[in-house]
Write a protein that binds this ligand. Structure first.
Ligand SMILES: [Zn+2]
Ligand SMILES: [Zn+2]
Length: 280
């Protein structure tokens, strides 16, 4: 039987690219104000990475597109990566199925416990037991290999960030895409775990919250720089680099400047912007 093109493509869509907190300033809307959420579509399977504020719009658009099954992979429990979950409308729809995946990090919190811990009064009126969708929680250990759907392999690793963070490498067909955000800038050395995950990937989405100059001036707060991202991508033989998790104060103009500096050093680099879609 012939495969349709939709069955074989590996497509990426950025729903939220901002770091730390959503921003609504007019001069930042070209990049986008929503926090971390990335969709990878492997054939008809939808994988979502992180539940930042960008997840709200992802839920609306995917529902219109008729998608009712999701695998949601969380990198860690910091607010900017989970704050969209209570506003992900598919969870309130009976016909939807969602699997929420999370690695056990320093807190050892499981996914079900962590979601129940932040979706509860007095912080928020809606609790997970009010979800109408069929929701399954899957906990794993960093380093585990996950097979959420036929033909899709996810390699995982624990990376350096306060409390820990999971990096994901998604392999589908002959392509590999790596989602690696909230990673500390640790000196000049390249983290071997990050390099292993990124090895020969077609695309790496990486924490480029700061520049090397900014980190030298005020520290990195567990975040990285585009210069470090470029060093990692060169060392690991990566084809393309998406600068991600932009600082809340980074204007569109400043982001365009960073993008052109990064591109001069590494031609495969580009700034992730909300709404951007690309084929791997
Ligand atoms: Zn973050
Ligand atoms: Zn974080």
């Amino acid at each position: 039987m012939q495969e349709s093109p939709e069955q074989s493509y590996f497509r990426l869509r950025f729903w939220g690219v901002r770091g730390s907190i959503p921003v609504s300033d007019a001069e930042m809307q070209g990049g986008g104000g929503d926090t971390a959420c990335v969709e990878m579509r492997c054939g008809s399977q939808v994988l979502l990475f992180d539940a930042g504020s960008g997840l709200r719009r992802a839920g609306e658009v995917l529902a219109r597109e008729g998608v009712a099954e999701f695998d949601l992979f969380l990198s860690h429990w910091h607010y900017d990566h989970i704050i969209g979950l209570p506003f992900f409308r598919p969870l309130m729809q009976e016909n939807c199925k969602a699997v929420i995946w999370a690695g056990r990090l320093d807190s050892r919190l499981g996914a079900s416990e962590a979601v129940a811990a932040f979706m509860r009064p007095p912080f928020f009126p809606v609790c997970p037991k009010m979800f109408q969708a069929a929701v399954v929680y899957r906990d794993f250990e960093p380093g585990d290999i996950l097979k959420p759907q036929h033909g899709i392999i996810l390699r995982t690793a624990r990376l350096q960030h306060p409390g820990g963070v999971i990096g994901y490498r998604v392999e589908y067909r002959d392509k590999a895409c790596v989602y690696m955000t909230d990673v500390a800038a640790a000196g000049e050395e390249i983290d071997p775990a990050a390099a292993d995950l990124a090895r020969n990937a077609d695309l790496v989405i990486y924490d480029c919250m700061y520049t090397d100059v900014e980190v030298a001036e005020h520290g990195g707060y567990g975040h990285s720089t585009w210069q470090r991202a470029v060093r990692l991508c060169r060392a690991a033989g990566v084809a393309r680099l998406a600068l991600f998790h932009h600082a809340p104060e980074r204007t569109d103009k400043a982001l365009a400047e960073l993008e052109s500096q990064a591109r001069a050093e590494f031609p495969g680099a580009f700034a992730a912007r909300s709404g951007k879609m690309l084929l791997l």
